[in-house]
Ligand binder design. Structure first.
Ligand code: 4AD
Ligand code: MG
Length: 433
């Protein structure tokens, strides 16, 4: 057995220790004679143990290893090691050690769950006929138009900091590239890192996060988009609950009840009943509420986290779709509903308990004249010629959405801070490691 020591109990004649190799939560109990050198074994050290597997008298494990040879591969100084065997360290404490926290049970469970959720999401799309597209990380467009871009520059050639012939940025969304591909493959998705230079220090924003994005051609209805969001959520969640029950259970035991931002089984039970509200209805609900909001809810303003959370509560603490947002607050690509006087676009956000916005999507404006005037309004006319051309060569009605993968994990596992569901969090003023 090769692995790292998770616990040690030394008696006069015998030493018991547990070794874990990270493949699962299960550690193997080793029973050793102290003369074999097991006295040098400390919590956190790396070991190689040879021996005989025998049935274990303990209920929690089927077998244990009776050691006949122990090699200390890498020692671990118990005084300076930041984790102590008996202590229950908080996620906040573990966050100070991004290079070591994967050695704890709780964080390794979390990363295994993250890996399993990644596999579940890829399976969902494969099983539903979507083609996986690797959209670029470096791009010349600002899909969301929010200006939250990290610019890519070259260090060496000071004369021409732009390695590419145009200013280039780290992608904020693969959507526009997916729209290209949906025009040939009908159903496509991407799942990769996205970057936002947001100067916000909240428990649901990162500067680098993973986004799952899907795009569907030949759709004229937001319902089709919502159906995929809903099925994706359900399928990935039931997969991790059934494939990783031990990791899920450890996680839920570890978190104090007040830390659990929502409960996954509650969400799963209700996911068939996702509530639908129009943005206008949502504003009415907020304005009728007796709650005092920091930002006063007003038609035409974007919903703030506090509003999103209130709406979720108001609907019985279950996920809620909010549709048809004001024209003026959504990006240029959102399809105009041509209604009025409260002018809206076919956009949808999925709001979930404890988090607020989990997914954002829309139908895309496929009508060239409307798209052109919208691009002009935003001052983007020339840079999106290729995007306009998509509307000229076999264009079809289409739409899609993006789901923040870390927010999904937060929601399903009940983790309060987004920095605790990603191996190496990047956020404003912090890029440890
Ligand atoms: O709502 P957003 O900005 O939508 C888009 O980027 C669309 N172009 C997606 C599409 O239609 N293909 O982002 C989508 C989701 C949000 O709902 C949120 O869950 C997550 O990405 N997200 C973030 N997650 C962590 N940190 C941030 N700074 C995030 N910004 C967005
Ligand atoms: Mg959004």
């Amino acid at each position: 057995m090769l692995g790292w020591v998770r616990s040690v109990r030394t008696q006069k004649e015998i030493t018991f220790f547990h070794v874990n190799d990270g493949s699962s939560l299960q550690s193997l109990q080793i029973v050793a004679d102290p003369h074999l050198g097991s006295r040098d074994i400390t919590f956190g050290s790396a070991v190689e143990v040879w021996g005989k597997l025998v049935p274990s008298p303990h209920q929690k494990q089927n077998v244990e290893l009776q050691a006949n040879k122990i090699t200390l591969v890498g020692s671990c100084n118990p005084v300076s090691f930041p984790f102590k065997i008996k202590d229950r360290h908080s996620l906040e404490y573990l966050r100070q050690f991004p290079h070591l926290r994967c050695k704890t049970n709780v964080f390794s469970s979390l990363l295994r769950l993250r890996s399993e959720a990644t596999a579940a999401i890829n399976s969902f799309f494969k099983n539903n006929g979507f083609i996986h597209i690797h959209t670029p990380i470096i791009t010349s467009n600002d899909c969301e138009g929010g200006g939250e871009l990290f610019q890519v520059e070259v260090n060496k050639n000071q004369d021409n900091p732009h390695f590419f012939n145009v200013p280039s940025f780290l992608t904020v969304s693969g959507q526009l590239h997916l729209e290209v591909m949906a025009g040939a493959f009908t159903q496509v998705y991407t799942f990769g890192p996205t970057f936002r230079a947001e100067n916000s220090q909240t428990r649901r924003h990162l500067a680098e996060f993973y986004m799952v994005e899907a795009e569907l051609a030949f759709t004229e209805s937001l319902e089709d988009i919502m159906k995929v969001m809903e099925n994706l959520f359900k399928s990935a969640t039931s997969h991790i609950l059934s494939e990783c029950p031990e990791d899920v259970e450890l996680f839920h035991k570890y978190l104090a009840p007040e830390q659990k931002v929502c409960s996954w089984f509650n969400i799963l039970n209700h996911v068939n009943l996702i509530f639908r509200l129009s943005y206008t209805e949502a504003i009415d609900i907020l304005q009728d509420s007796t709650k005092t909001f920091t930002f006063k809810p007003q038609w035409g303003c974007d919903l703030q986290t506090e509003h999103e959370k209130y709406l979720v509560q108001h609907c019985g603490n279950i996920p809620v779709f909010v549709i048809n947002y004001p024209y003026d607050i959504k990006p240029f690509y959102a399809r105009d509903n041509q209604d009025g006087p409260q002018h809206t676009v076919s956009a949808v956000d999925l709001l979930v308990p404890g988090i607020g916005e989990l997914c954002g999507g829309s139908l895309r404006e496929e009508r060239l004249d409307l798209l052109q005037s919208r691009l002009k309004q935003h001052g983007f006319k020339d840079s999106y010629q290729w995007y306009e051309e998509l509307r000229q060569f076999g264009s079809v009605p289409h739409g899609g959405f993006g789901m923040g993968f870390e927010r999904y994990l937060q929601c399903v596992l009940g983790v309060e801070n987004i920095k605790d569901v990603i191996p190496f969090p990047r956020f404003s003023h912090s890029c440890l490691l």
